[in-house]
Each structure stands twice: as C-alpha cells, then as structure tokens.
Design a protein around this ligand. Structure first.
Ligand code: BEZ
Length: 393
C-alpha cells in the first residue's frame, strides 16, 4: 500500500470513530462532569445566605470524594441579586447557554417562582435550597421540582400555635411585602386565630426596604399583646436592632419565623437576646449527625453553620440520592424523582421525608436566642407537612 493510501484510510477510520463517539450518550464516554447551575444571591440583603447554601452544598460533595454517583461536579454560578425581574433571563441562560444538568436555587421566593416556571416548562431538574414560596410545592408543583428547605407556611403556622398557647390575644404582624412575608403571616394567622387569637393589624414595607421607624410607631400606638414578624438576612439585623432601639422589646414580646435570628446573631448582638422563633433547625440539637456536620462545616469554612448551610448540604444530599438511583444518568428523570419521593434524608436538622408535592415533612423547633446561638427549647410542631394546596401531581 502506498503511504498516501495508508494516510487516507487512517483518516477515514479516525473520522468514523469520532462520529461514532459523538453519537453515544455523554455518560458512555466516561462520565463527563455533571453541570450544576447555582442560582443564588451573592450580593444584597440575602448575600450571606447564598454563600452559606453554596458552602453546605460543596461540603457534602467534598465528603463524597468530590463526585456524586461517579460524576465530578462542575459549577456554573449566577448572582441572582434576589431580583425576580432578572430571574427568567438568568435561569434561561443557565439552561440554554450553559447547558446545566440541574438547577439549584434560590433564596428569594419571587426568584424561585420564576425558576420553577422555567424548570417546569423545560423539564430541567430543580432543587430549591431555601425560598419558601408556597406555590413552588403548591400550584406550580412538578415531578422535576423538589425543595430541601421549607414552605413559608411551615414556621409561621408553628409559631401561631405557640403564641396562641402563651395566651396572647391581640397580635400585630410586620413583614416585607412579597410572597415570603405574606405567606409566613398567613401561616401564622391560620393557626393563631384557630387558637383563639386575633391579628389586629398587618404592617409591611416593600422588599428590601429597611425604613421601619413609622411602622414601629404604629405598633407602639396599637399596644398589641405581641408582634409576629418575617424578616431575614440584612433586613432582619436592622429590624431587631430598630425594635429594641424603639423601646418595644421591653414592652411588646417579639416572635418570628426563625430567619429573624439565623445567620444574624453576630450583627444583632444583645438586641436579639432571648427572642423566640420557630424553624426547622436549631444550633444546639446535640445529635451525633448534627454535631458531625457542625464540626465539618466549621473546619472547612472557619464559620459556624446556620439553617441556610444545612439546606444547601441537604440539597446536595438529595441530588446524590437521585443521581445514585439513575447511576449518574440524570436524563432518567422519572427514576430520579421516584427515588427522591421515597427517600429519607439524613439531615443535620433530623431526618425528613418529602411530601407528595416534594416539600420536606419535618419537625419545626421552638428556639430561643442565648449568646450567639438559637437554642432548642422544644419541638413546636412534630413532622409538620405543608398542605401543598393546589398541587396536582
Ligand atoms: C424567601 O424569599 O422565601 C425567603 C427568603 C429568606 C429567608 C426565608 C425565605
């Protein structure tokens, strides 16, 4: 055979081999990296939460040797700025430009609802590691959408029972005017009024406004038995400090969904002392599972974990459950979802399962601020399941 004929034949073989390879599913080519789209706030009032969620997520993957179901993880990150008006564009870029295999996000309910709409339309797997928007596991629920955190209804409902049992009758509520605040108040009101109390005034400021002075003056004038609130992140720090500075802490007991004092205690200092809140995590659970998590997190990041870190860690645990069931092939969506639907997630918060609409069924703790910790007081609501109203799955 002449040298030029040999070259031609060898080129033809190479071309054939390459085209055969590209026709194989990605997995058969030696487990390419799994692309995880992290859509979280890295700036603004919720920035610290975005970072804690990412830290928790990465910690679980590190504990698994850097791979889930044999696949290395590649991250594509977007700062969603907690801005719902940019959310649809941001999530579309992750799916269409970056070709992510799975979406993790976000913190803000408005952003998460935009993500859920796109995830449902495109069939992209979505795990929500914070945002509690009731709709995500309500009317917007879908077989490919899961939550590792809570619904806004859950901590609010649990606190309504606590406040009613304490004998308070007349409560004023105050929050940010958006889904998270509205739904937290609605959950509170549902159980508080069932328990014999009355919400006499519902106050709000637009998100992420922190000008509370005029509303604090209204609270003082209304002289309620207690106040219930939803604020989080930087807004929660400012609210707790302003509430104390207005002299209200001494006269009107303040109760909140636990975000009020989670990840915020360093900045709130003495103004947060003794506050009672309800949440699906506390800093002093003392279980071997939680102790190990807290130790590993502190070692990895030189920081104490908070509820957001736990939710990020559990989002990675949930991804691992689904991926393991499909041996790393996330295109097998029905099998991925079926595995999660029957999973029991061994969370630092305590084990949880997922409701029919894919929201954690979990204990909601009553906690009290002591020093730099949200200390466990009791279980306010055992295995509380969001009603999943409007979900058809
Ligand atoms: C939300 O927007 O759903 C949310 C934000 C921060 C803490 C909790 C809930």
């Amino acid at each position: 055979m002449t040298p030029s004929r040999r070259t031609l034949i060898s080129r033809a073989i190479t071309t054939l081999a390459l085209s055969a390879l590209s026709a194989l599913p990605a997995l058969a080519q030696g487990s390419p990296k799994l692309k995880v789209g992290l859509m979280l706030p890295y700036t603004g009032t919720y920035a610290a939460m975005g970072n804690a969620i990412e830290n928790g997520f990465r910690l679980h993957i590190t504990e698994q040797g850097g791979k889930l179901a044999g696949r290395e993880i590649e991250f594509v990150k977007v700062d969603d700025e907690s801005d719902p008006s940019k959310a649809t564009d941001n999530v579309n870029k992750l799916i269409k430009r970056d070709n992510v295999d799975v979406l993790i996000g976000s913190v803000h309910s408005g952003v998460a609802m935009a993500m859920a709409k796109v995830a449902k339309d495109t069939g992209t797997m979505l795990i929500v590691p914070n945002a509690g928007a009731d709709a995500v596991t309500g009317p917007m629920c879908a077989s490919n959408i899961f939550r590792s955190s809570f619904s806004n209804w859950q901590p609010g409902y649990a606190m309504g029972e606590v406040v009613a049992k304490k004998g308070h009758k007349k409560v004023v509520t105050i929050t940010w005017k958006y889904a998270a605040g509205d739904e937290s108040i609605r959950g509170f009101k549902e159980s508080f009024e069932k328990g014999g109390g009355k919400v006499v005034k519902e106050l709000s400021v637009p998100f992420p406004n922190v000008e509370f002075q005029a509303l604090l003056t209204e609270i003082a004038a209304a002289k309620p038995d207690a106040v219930y609130t939803f604020f989080a992140g930087g807004g929660a720090v400012k609210f707790v400090k302003d509430y104390a500075a207005a002299g209200l802490k001494k006269t009107v007991p303040l109760y909140g969904a636990g975000f009020l004092t989670d990840g915020t205690l360093d900045a709130q200092g003495a103004d947060a002392a003794d506050l009672l809140t309800t949440l699906h995590y506390a800093d002093s659970l003392g279980t071997p599972r939680d102790n190990a998590f807290r130790l590993a997190y502190a070692k990895a990041y030189k920081l104490q974990p908070d509820v957001y870190a736990v939710q990020g860690y559990d989002a990675a645990q949930m991804l691992a459950v689904g991926l393991t069931a499909v041996k790393g092939d996330i295109s097998k969506k029905a099998e991925f979802s079926a595995a999660l639907e029957k999973a029991r997630i061994d969370s630092p918060r305590g084990p949880f399962t997922l409701s029919k609409s894919h929201n954690p069924v979990q204990d909601i703790y009553l906690r009290q601020v002591g020093g730099k910790k949200n200390k466990l007081v009791s279980i306010a609501s055992k295995a509380l399941a969001d009603p999943g109203r409007g979900c058809k799955l």
